[in-house]
Design a protein around this ligand. Sequence first.
Ligand code: AMP
Length: 190
Amino acid sequence: MNIVIFGPPGAGKGTQSQFIVNKYDLHQLSTGDLLRKEIKDKTKLGNDISSILNSGNLVSNQIVSDLIEKYISNPIYKSRLIFDGYPRNLNQAKNLNSLLTKSDQKIDIVLKLSVSLKTIKKRISERKNLEKRADDNEAIAVKRYQMYEKNIDPIVGFYKETNLLKVVNGETSISKISGEISRLIEGIKG
Ligand code: AMP
């Protein structure tokens, strides 16, 4: 089973991905984490992209595609991936389909966590103290939220067409959201 989870920054994608990983023995593929690791390890790529991440903009489609392809093509992760933070635009959604098809895989369910900007601002300010991420401040959070909103409709349309999209209310408690996600996943497992 491969899962896509998306939602605005601070929606709880990371937390819920971890829950799904543990419950269904999947591997979380967070493009944000992969990119932050490049920066932390001071690789050439990391140096090239650090200012982009810090400003809340998106890095190029090619860079993220190369990063995720390594996992998609690795037999260890075959049909065991949860994509967190990818796709972020329609081109990426289409690219994900072709990368998966190439290695004889597909997406089984797409989970969209919906959360208001008001809640996001509150969560980001809490997370800033815990995780000390350079892009966690209110102005950048609003910018990232707006970018998410701008790009999300075509992606939603794309996954609706194939009946894969499930919308989850991300405003409730972590355990309620996990419960709802489990219910939806059990539903597709049949
Ligand atoms: P995240 O941890 O998912 O909030 O991502 C943090 C940052 O990494 C984003 O603001 C972007 O700069 C970059 N990033 C993560 N995923 C992608 C993606 N799929 N496409 C482009 N940039 C991305």
